[in-house]
Ligand binder design. Sequence first.
Ligand SMILES: Cc1cc2nc3c(=O)[nH]c(=O)nc-3n(C[C@H](O)[C@H](O)[C@H](O)COP(=O)(O)OP(=O)(O)OC[C@H]3O[C@@H](n4cnc5c(N)ncnc54)[C@H](O)[C@@H]3O)c2cc1C
Length: 134
Amino acid sequence: MQDRLFKNPKISVVWDTALADVIGSENPLKVKGVILRNVKTNAMSERSADGVFIAIGHTPSSELVAGQIEMKSSGYIKTAPYSTATSVPGVFAAGDVTDDVYRQAVTAAGQGCMAALEAGHFLAAHAEHRAAAE
Ligand SMILES: Cc1cc2nc3c(=O)[nH]c(=O)nc-3n(C[C@H](O)[C@H](O)[C@H](O)COP(=O)(O)OP(=O)(O)OC[C@H]3O[C@@H](n4cnc5c(N)ncnc54)[C@H](O)[C@@H]3O)c2cc1C
C-alpha cells in the first residue's frame, strides 16, 4: 500500500503532521482548507483542500468487547458463517469491527440489517422459552 502511495504522482505525503483545524465557509457549507501542525516543531501551516477524510490505520475499534467475545488475531470480531452471531449468545456483530474483507458502508449496513433481524429472532425465541416455562 505504501509503495502504491509513493508512486502516485497525485499524492503528496506530509510527514510528522497532525490536523489542527478545518477551514470552511458556512454559506455555502464547504471545506476550503486545513490547518496543519508539525508535531516535531509545532509549526502551523495552511493548505487549501476541497474535502477532508479521516482515515487512520487498519485496526478495528473492537476494544469495547476485547476479552469478552472471540476475536481473530487481527482484532476483528469473529462471527458464525453467513451470520452476525458472535461467540456470546445474544450478541451480534456487524460492519467494520467484524468485516476484514470488504469494509464498505453498504456491506456494513447490510450486516447491520442482518444483526437486527438475528437479534429479533433471538429475543423472540427467548420470549417463547420463557412463556413455555411459566
Ligand atoms: C476515508 C474513507 C473513505 C471511505 N469511502 C467509502 C466509500 O466510498 N464507500 C463505502 O461504501 N465505504 C467507504 N468507506 C468505509 C465506510 O466508511 C465503513 O465501511 C463504514 O462506515 C463502516 O460502518 P460501521 O458502522 O461498521 O463503522 P463506523 O462507521 O466506523 O461506526 C462505528 C462507530 O462506533 C463508534 N465507536 C467505536 N468504538 C466505540 C466505543 N468503544 N464506544 C462507543 N462507540 C464507539 C465510532 O466512534 C463510530 O461512530 C470509507 C472509509 C473511509 C475511512
